[in-house]
Ligand binder design. Structure first.
Ligand SMILES: [Zn+2]
Length: 414
């Protein structure tokens, strides 16, 4: 994160991955951080049984499911989804008759629907999941820095990315890092291009935040805005040209929201840092990604309390675990509404060890040279249609019932 002094540079900032946008005017109510190491959902009181979704007998052994709660404030973009702060693309609107606040039509389709339609089955089956992690900045570009200049963004981002990579690899995930060390720099558009060349299923860019004031603190996650939706911090009048255009990032609109939400929820819970919400911005790395993508801001280097967490080994490990758990929820289908307390189960990807006689493959070694990445001419690409049937036949009965109740409550199905 960097701040720019001139207005022109500030306008360009939205196009630079990881560069901070000022918080929206309608900042949400104070956030009470959950105790560290405690998943947020389990910190809540036992959920009442959902009237519309009686648990079938077969689910008796499974933990209780709980329909998600959405809350809106008319005129505000700050909403809550299952306890997580989510910035809507447009301010919530009051119903003419009931005066109850609800999402705009655009958010109903582009924010609420994807969350409620989240999958309850693994993203990939029959092969290892492939994840591309992008530690922000690198080389000459150190990114943001602490007030004393001793801690720089590129080093913390790489450390966190390497921790996430270790956790994912233990689950048999194939991980690509966009840079192996702090000397290397990869131009921004080449980072999602590398993810595509490696056939990554998802892309996560890791950054640290900064602010001219030492006050702001906490974690936030950005995803690419849906078409017609402005960046969270947009303060212009009328629709911007960027928002009217279709970008590669829009090909994964639904996956983006789901991935970003999973990460933000887990990251806030695991790190113990304030939840600054799921946000939208047209950063290059998420704009050009052709797979579900998110950009994570893991705290403010310019805030004393955040900095203490970021400088500590445990703090960085907890942050990495939150990102890992968010990726896990998205990729293993453990975030679907109605699924119990969103607890990660054991990984379902089985890693088959090679036969004893075969030579053991060397562990992946990341060398600077391995990043000499030349984007090859890419084949034409058609964006996938985010069409998920309301009644997902792959759901188990308990999840299907809970999902239906949640969709009905959100007004997405009659
Ligand atoms: Zn950054």
């Amino acid at each position: 994160m960097r701040f720019f002094r001139s207005a022109i540079a500030a306008a360009a900032a939205t196009l630079l991955a990881g560069c901070a946008s000022p918080p929206p005017a309608d900042e949400a109510e104070p956030f009470v951080a959950p105790p560290p190491n405690e998943p947020q959902a389990s910190a809540e009181p036992a959920p009442p049984a959902a009237p519309e979704a009686p648990a079938p007998k077969s689910a008796a052994a499974a933990p209780k499911s709980k329909p998600w709660q959405f809350s809106y404030t008319a005129g505000s973009q700050a909403a809550k989804a299952d306890g997580v702060l989510v910035y809507l693309g447009r301010p919530a609107v009051a119903d003419r008759k009931t005066r109850k606040a609800g999402p705009s039509d655009l958010d109903r389709k582009a924010t609420v629907a994807p969350l409620l339609q989240a999958r309850s089955k693994p993203l990939v089956e029959g092969r290892p999941l492939r994840v591309c992690l992008d530690p922000g900045h690198g080389g000459q570009d150190a990114g943001a820095a602490s007030a004393d200049g001793r801690t720089v963004e590129k080093a913390i981002a790489l450390d966190i990315a390497q921790r996430v990579a270790r956790m994912l690899r233990k689950d048999g995930v194939e991980v690509t890092l966009t840079r192996p060390d702090n000397r290397t720099f990869l131009p921004l558009p080449d980072r999602p291009a590398l993810a595509r060349a490696k056939k990554a299923d998802l892309f996560v860019s890791i950054h640290l935040n900064a602010n001219p004031s030492s006050g702001p603190r906490g974690v936030e996650t950005y995803v690419f805005p849906a078409r017609g939706m402005e960046s969270t911090s947009y303060e212009g009048k009328g629709a911007s040209d960027e928002s009217k255009q279709w970008w590669p990032g829009n090909g994964s609109d639904w996956g983006n929201v789901q991935l970003g939400f999973c990460i933000q929820r887990r990251l806030a819970a695991a790190s113990g840092l304030p939840d600054r919400g799921l946000r939208r911005a047209r950063f290059v790395v998420v704009r050009e990604a052709r797979m579900p993508a998110a950009l994570v801001e893991c705290g403010f280097l310019t805030n004393g309390r955040d900095l203490a967490v970021l400088r500590g080994e445990n703090g960085r490990e907890n942050i990495a675990r939150g990102i890992y758990e968010g990726i896990f929820d998205f990729a293993w289908g453990t975030m679907a509404p109605g699924l119990p307390a969103h607890k990660p189960g054991p990984p379902v990807v089985e890693v088959v060890p090679p036969p004893a006689s075969a030579p053991q493959p060397a562990p992946p070694v990341e060398r600077a040279g391995s990043l000499e990445f030349v984007p090859s001419p890419v084949a034409p690409w058609t964006p996938p249609k985010p069409a998920v049937p309301a009644d997902d036949p792959s759901d188990d009965p308990a999840t299907a019932a809970a999902r239906k109740a949640a969709l009905r409550a959100a007004g997405l199905i009659p």
